[in-house]
Design a protein around this ligand. Structure first.
Ligand code: NAP
Ligand code: 8YV
Length: 327
């Protein structure tokens, strides 16, 4: 590539990204144009050939990509890329990359943490101690739920799902799963129909991609099938659960509890959930350790550098296979 290619960085100036990219590309920082983004895009749009995404809240739809007519690659942070219209990108000769695998174990650890917190009420017990209630009122009440008599129905058995299932096996907890197709090498009972699985289990662990195909997959019917012992853990995307139906089920106690790492309108969390004592809420921290986030940042950088060197992308998403369609 002659000269340094122009790359737009969306989101914060993350040190790994700035250090990895600055020497090799001309970086344009959208964050420096806060409040006048459209004008900024108009001024650089004609020369930008790649976009590095540091923050998944940025929506990269067709309207955005059309503003960058020379765009060849979007290197996005996070394994989930429901914020990018990857289908449109693929059809228009643009490669999209994400950051799979480097976060599997971290997210699986968080999933187990959230499951344990929800089943055994650990955050509530912590609040009890801090409020001085142990001394004044005696022991925290025994948890009504236990992991010991539960079966986990995994909704999703991909890279992260398998890492979660492996941990559950070590915990001695039975695992079954639902996906659209049986997963090679997953030795757990497979349910082609989510509703059938929800009827048979008492706990759902949700770890599928977000987007149109999974919107409201966990709906009123599924929650009803899960029943009054039911616990839902959502590690996927807020959009995968019908949030109002979940709130209703929790209010009416037609399910037992929920542990949620993700929400429909993040960082806003519905007031009804905030007011419930019998749910556990995490601020989307599945992969949120310094080490794992840095590994994800580095993969964003490495995908851009591969492109700058004229090499194939390291981790293209399925909708945008390499080599790209001709523009
Ligand atoms: P993956 O390897 O692509 O696995 C996705 C799994 O979901 C596969 O088993 C797939 O099987 C299944 N699936 C996809 N669409 C489905 C549908 N419509 N109905 C039922 N199952 C479906 O992805 P991954 O790396 O494990 O990541 C999964 C997702 O987790 C990400 O996309 C992201 O949204 C979320 N995530 C969240 C956090 C967090 O911080 N909370 C962190 C990382 C990832 P089939 O294709 O056979 O259906
Ligand atoms: C990201 C995630 O850190 O990778 C994903 O899909 O959900 C997390 O690991 C998150 O998207 C940051 O906003």
């Amino acid at each position: 590539m002659a000269g340094k290619p122009d790359v737009l960085l969306l989101g914060h100036k993350k040190p790994v990204m700035v250090k990895g990219l600055e020497p090799r590309v001309t970086l344009h920082y959208m964050i420096d144009a806060k409040g006048r983004e459209d004008e900024f895009l108009r001024s650089i749009g004609d020369k930008v050939r790649a976009v590095a995404v540091a923050y998944t809240a940025n929506r990269l739809d067709a309207a955005f990509m059309r503003k960058l007519p020379k765009l060849e690659q979007i290197s996005s942070f996070g394994v989930g890329y429901d914020h990018v219209d990857a289908k449109w990108a693929g059809e228009n000769g643009i490669i999209v990359t994400n950051t799979p695998n480097v976060l599997n174990e971290e997210v699986a650890d968080t999933a187990l943490g959230l499951l344990l917190c929800t089943v055994r009420e650990f955050p509530q017990a912590d609040r009890y101690v801090r409020a001085g209630k142990w001394a004044s009122q005696g022991h925290y009440p025994l948890s009504k739920a236990t992991l010991r008599d539960r079966t986990i129905g995994m909704v999703g058995m991909g890279r992260i799902g398998k890492a979660i299932a492996k941990r559950l096996e070590a915990f001695g907890v039975p695992v079954v799963y639902h996906t659209r197709n049986p997963q090679a090498g997953a030795g757990y009972k497979y349910y082609p129909k989510l509703l059938d699985m929800a009827r048979d289990v008492d706990t759902l662990m949700v770890i599928v991609p977000g987007g149109a195909a999974t919107r409201n997959l966990i709906n009123k019917e599924v929650l009803e099938a899960l029943g009054s012992r039911g616990i839902v853990i959502n590690m996927a995307r807020g959009s995968v659960i019908d949030e109002p139906a979940l709130i209703e089920a929790l209010k009416n106690r037609t399910i037992y509890s929920a542990g949620l790492d993700v929400f429909v309108n993040e960082p806003q969390v519905p007031k009804e959930l905030l007011e419930m004592e019998h749910v556990v809420l995490f601020p989307h921290l599945g992969s949120a350790s310094e080490a794992t986030r840095q590994a994800m940042d580095q993969l964003v950088v490495d995908n851009i550098l591969a492109w700058a060197d004229g090499k194939p992308p390291l981790t293209p998403v399925s909708e945008t296979p390499y080599p790209p369609k001709k523009k």
